[in-house]
Design a protein around this ligand. Structure first.
Ligand SMILES: C[S@@+](CC[C@H](N)C(=O)[O-])C[C@H]1O[C@@H](n2cnc3c(N)ncnc32)[C@H](O)[C@@H]1O
Ligand code: SF4
Length: 406
């Protein structure tokens, strides 16, 4: 088995008002420097415990994500990566990914330069930069601490640093926030300068892939509260309009939509994310969501870590098999759940489902007529037994999947 490794870094400078991830704001944690060191140590110990428990000798990818990994400090990120390369065969690692914010830009560039030097022999280093928007009113409202000028300087300098084994991914969100409430015309979400800049970026050979997200607000985000209190005017149709506009620029520049929110040039797809979407094995270092590992007897196990980060640090500091079982619980995944997960994840990719018959237990009994109807609406391509979403179907993937499965 050669799993992917997800390394969860749940710290950020500040919590963005639209963010739904469980992140801790650096300044609100007492003795953050101390916690940082302990957490970095716990991650390494947990990785070693995974290795011993499952007898893993090789890993395929390493992914630092979730919050702002650089908050853990460049020395800790380098140290953890070196540790992974030390205990596993470095030649088997296909990709190291790191999520980064474009600010403070000198600090981020300095880190990239250093990381590139340290790991120049790794097959691929993927930097995923959360630009989110280029519009000043959006960046301000979203409390992002950079502006169009600093982002363009950052990207210019990043371009000079980019080395052959680097893949640059940029994250954008279609916020659907108008430039001005007076503007009724179609350009209300777009300032010509930013659109030109975005178009030039997409047409440069510098950016290898884009992640373009539709704004999603969950109940525990601040903007959700504002929306309910009518303090914020965001409409789904506006986010869709912006999403489609940006999507068109990206696809016209030659990027292929390989997953609902991801666009890439050929061969530059995220290897780590493909592991999730193909339901291949991965392990995770502190995160409380579920993940899967196939067992030799053909069943699958879902593992879940303890949710409280302080308890996690304390338990894992013991470095024993007992500590591992206290911190990481397992359950067998039912065949039905597994099929659903696989159907949902694969259908969201451009490769789709190879043989729909495999999913009979989770599909509607009237699926043939549903499929016909969806094909007539240009939402799916059906070449029995293969099924794929069209571009329009990808935009409505949740609705299509619900129609087929519930
Ligand atoms: C796990 S986040 C971490 C990235 C990094 N901390 C940042 O914000 O720049 C990965 C990506 O999720 C996207 N994202 C975060 N909140 C979102 C939301 N409410 N709706 C849609 N996408 C969101 C952003 O594009 C972000 O870059
Ligand atoms: S959007 Fe990114 S930087 Fe903002 S709080 Fe969420 S993870 Fe942190």
């Amino acid at each position: 088995m050669r799993p992917g490794v997800y390394i969860h870094i749940p710290f950020c400078e500040n919590k963005c008002p639209y963010c739904s991830f469980l992140v801790f704001e650096k300044n609100k944690i007492s003795k953050f420097e101390n916690i940082k060191i302990k957490y970095a140590r716990a991650l390494k110990t947990h990785l070693k415990l995974w290795k011993d428990k499952l007898n893993i000798n090789q890993v395929r990818t390493i992914y630092f994500g979730w919050g702002t990994p650089l908050t853990l400090g460049e020395e800790n990120l380098i140290d953890i990566t070196q540790y992974v390369l030390e205990i596993f065969d470095p030649d088997q690692i296909e990709e190291i990914s790191i999520e980064l914010n474009p600010s403070p830009h000198q600090k981020v560039l300095k880190f990239i330069k250093k990381f590139n030097q340290y790991f120049k022999n790794i097959f691929r280093i993927r930097y995923s930069i959360g630009i989110q928007s280029l519009q000043p009113e959006v960046l301000k409202l979203a409390w992002r601490d950079y502006n169009f000028i600093s982002v363009s300087t950052f990207l210019r300098e990043l371009r000079n640093l980019k080395q052959q084994n680097n893949v640059i991914n940029l994250d954008f969100i279609a916020f659907g926030i108008p430039r001005s409430s007076n503007k009724k015309d179609l350009s209300k979400f777009r300032h010509p300068t930013y659109i030109k800049f975005f178009t030039d970026l997409a047409n440069s050979s510098f950016v290898d892939s884009f992640s373009l997200y539709f704004l999603e607000l969950f109940a525990w985000s601040l903007w959700y509260k504002y929306l309910k209190q009518n303090k914020l005017d965001i409409k789904d149709e506006d986010s869709w309009e912006e999403f489609n506009y940006l999507k068109q620029i990206i696809t016209q520049a030659g990027y292929s939509r390989y997953e609902v929110s991801n666009f890439s040039t050929s061969g530059k797809e995220s290897i780590h994310n493909l592991i999730y979407w193909n339901l291949e094995p991965y392990i995770a270092l502190w995160v409380w969501w579920a993940w899967f590992l196939p067992q030799q007897n053909g069943t699958w196990i879902r593992w879940e870590n303890i949710k409280n980060i302080y308890e996690y640090i304390n338990i894992i500091s013991n470095d024993s098999e007992e500590a591992f079982s206290k911190a990481t619980k397992q359950e067998v995944v039912s065949h039905q759940d597994l099929l659903f997960e696989e159907f949902f994840l694969r259908l969201r990719t451009k490769w789709g489902i190879k043989d729909i018959r495999k999913y009979t237990p989770i599909l509607q009994s009237s699926r043939e007529s549903k499929i016909k109807e969806l094909a007539t609406q240009d939402l799916i391509n059906y070449a029995p037994p293969a099924l794929k979403l069209t571009d329009k179907g990808m935009d409505l993937s949740n609705e299509v999947i619900t129609l087929l499965t519930s």
